[in-house]
Ligand binder design. Structure first.
Ligand SMILES: [Zn+2]
Length: 199
């Protein structure tokens, strides 16, 4: 069935336009938590030998570093075990034994999910969701990588003292609470302003 010229034009116009997505204050909650945790945890720079060993386990050469999840060109290194889970720090740190080369798509899509479950999930940008070949082989290499060393895991309460740590963490919670309140105000303002335009 062919469309009438006007319908065709209308479809084209609707496809040509894209309303900017609405940003909300509360959608920033996990970025705030992630930023706070990233700012706290140690960053351990690897030696040449450690980088050599890491690439050897992953079957890669330094001049051709690929995403360990999907095989695309790597643009960053991603925390294999997440730094944050259920909006609390896991204790894992930034060290090569907990970092693997990744592309931006995989890093974004994986987020704080457990790597293996995410790889075989049908999430839109996961390797399985994208129909990438050889996922089982990549999982095998990543399993070897995960066993390479016992990762450092910080017990915040024992290092900082239970009360001190809870107090400091509550500062991050307070920022998030303020975001929630700000979002409520924004919702009210938007409704009020929208109503004023209808007059
Ligand atoms: Zn990837």
């Amino acid at each position: 069935m062919s469309l009438a010229p006007d319908d065709h034009r209308r479809k084209l116009l609707m496809a040509a336009f894209q309303m900017p997505s609405v940003q909300t204050m509360v959608s920033r909650k996990s970025s705030i938590t992630n930023a706070f945790v990233s700012a706290i945890i140690p960053v351990i720079v690897p030696t040449h030998d450690e980088i050599e060993e890491a690439l050897r386990i992953l079957g890669m050469e330094p001049h051709d570093v690929q995403c360990a999840y999907c095989g695309d060109k790597a643009s960053e290194w991603d925390h294999l075990r997440p730094l944050v889970l259920d909006r609390r720090p896991t204790g894992y740190v930034s060290e090569i034994a907990n970092l693997v080369p990744s592309c931006g798509k995989c890093n974004q899509s994986k987020g704080n999910k457990p790597w293996r479950e995410w790889m075989v999930s049908s999430a839109r940008l996961s390797p399985t969701g994208r129909g990438i070949a050889g996922v089982a082989d990549r999982i095998g290499k990543l399993e070897k990588y995960a066993q390479w060393r016992s990762p450092t895991r910080i017990d915040f309460e024992s290092v900082l003292g239970r009360d001190g740590w809870e107090h400091d963490w509550s500062l991050c919670e307070a920022v998030i609470e303020q975001l929630r309140r700000c979002q409520d105000v924004a919702d009210t303002l938007r409704a009020q302003i929208g109503n004023s335009l209808k007059c």
